[in-house]
Ligand binder design. Structure first.
Ligand code: ADP
Ligand code: MG
Length: 340
């Protein structure tokens, strides 16, 4: 196999195919994720973008197999993880005991709110070292040394003092750096960052995005960066998957998708970005209309009620995710007209 160069992504690390994740509720079955397909390669960042409720977090939590605890069922598809020198494993079928080894070891996740993920009663060094003691069998003192080294890599000043600090003694940005240190402690092949900067102010947000990008490159790690903020994706991602109502509606190299979208939803998202001036960090303006409920989805295209390109045929049958080129796919019957 050819060696991956730093500029070119390597072998597929994660392959998600036709993933379906449903929540049975009193009102009916919530089809939270209902047709998610993408691949992430070593050394590559995939951004997943979409409005609130489109299924981004449920997708991330499914890869970590944390959705079952929330009452969901993985109803279809597969999530194939390939580690160096090992055969691919389908995480949807992995017994919980083996999944425990994957979680926090091979695959790690960073969430939006670091305060709710950190334990207030333990020093941060203990929390960073914990997974090293569990997954790698490190002694207390070796785990502490490793925690100091990780804090240094996270750009935290005075790491030898800070290692004994409690979460409340740190700023929001610093706490998110600690969460990233915890996630990276066991050298995961895949990091999933779910809106990791949403709770932070704009300056700190940019620093965390930069840090994640540097760490991802230095470690040739695969990363999934989940965001509702289309501003961020050009800086951080190699590829972009756009989600709408539980499905990937468009996927491809980030610059191509942003410059020449093939799906009307991507086009609408892009036209909502305030141009010029100080648009960076601004929230996406909502597209007129609303996303259909995951309890009651239309038969055909899920975007049809808001789509300026909709024709009768869009409502007749489910629209497949179709190859637009060797590297791109879109879920729209009119993509050749959209992609100009
Ligand atoms: N525990 C749950 N029970 C029922 N529905 C849920 C649950 N968690 C998420 N959902 C539904 O799944 C869909 C996708 O949610 P989510 O992945 O959190 O969206 P996003 O992260 O894109 O904002 C939404 O319709 C949401 O209401
Ligand atoms: Mg979310």
């Amino acid at each position: 196999m050819p060696q991956a160069e730093t500029e070119r992504p390597g072998a597929p690390v994660l392959d998600v195919r036709d993933l379906q994740v449903f929540f049975p509720t009193d009102e009916g079955v919530v089809r939270a994720v209902d047709g998610v397909t993408f691949t992430v390669r070593a050394g590559e960042t995939l951004a997943i973008v979409g409005e609130s409720g489109s299924g981004k977090s449920v997708t991330g939590m499914s890869i970590m197999r944390l959705v079952e605890r929330g009452g969901a069922r993985i109803a279809g598809g597969h999530i194939r993880l390939t580690r160096a020198g090992a055969e691919a494993i389908d995480l949807t079928r992995l017994p919980e005991r083996e999944m425990n080894r994957v979680r926090g070891g091979d695959v790690a996740m960073v969430f939006q709110d670091p305060m709710s993920s950190l334990n207030p009663v333990f020093p941060i060094g203990d929390q960073i070292g914990e997974s090293l003691r569990i997954h790698r069998g490190l002694s207390r003192s070796a785990a502490r040394e490793a925690a100091i080294a990780l804090l240094t890599q996270m750009g935290i000043a005075d790491p030898a003092q800070r290692v004994d600090a409690y979460p409340h003694q740190l700023s929001g940005g610093m706490r998110q750096r600690v969460m990233i240190a915890i996630a990276l402690a066991c050298d995961p092949v895949l990091l999933i960052a779910d809106e990791p900067t949403t709770a932070l102010d704009v300056t700190v947000q940019a620093q965390i995005v930069q840090l994640l990008r540097e760490l991802q490159r230095a470690r040739a790690m695969a990363m999934i960066f989940i965001t509702h903020d289309l501003h961020l994706v050009g800086d951080i991602a190699d590829r972009l998957a756009v989600m709408y109502a539980g499905q990937v509606v468009e996927e491809g190299p980030v610059a191509q998708v942003l410059q020449h979208p093939a799906h009307p939803y991507t086009k609408a998202l892009l036209s909502c970005i305030p141009r010029g001036g100080n648009g960076r960090g601004a929230r996406m303006q909502p597209i007129p209309g609303s996303m259909p409920s995951a309890l009651n989805l239309p038969v055909g295209c899920r975007f049809q009620s808001r789509c300026p390109y909709a024709v009768a045929r869009c409502g007749e049958a489910p629209v497949p995710l179709e190859a637009v080129s060797g590297e791109r796919a879109a879920r729209c019957i009119r993509w050749p007209e959209i992609l100009q």
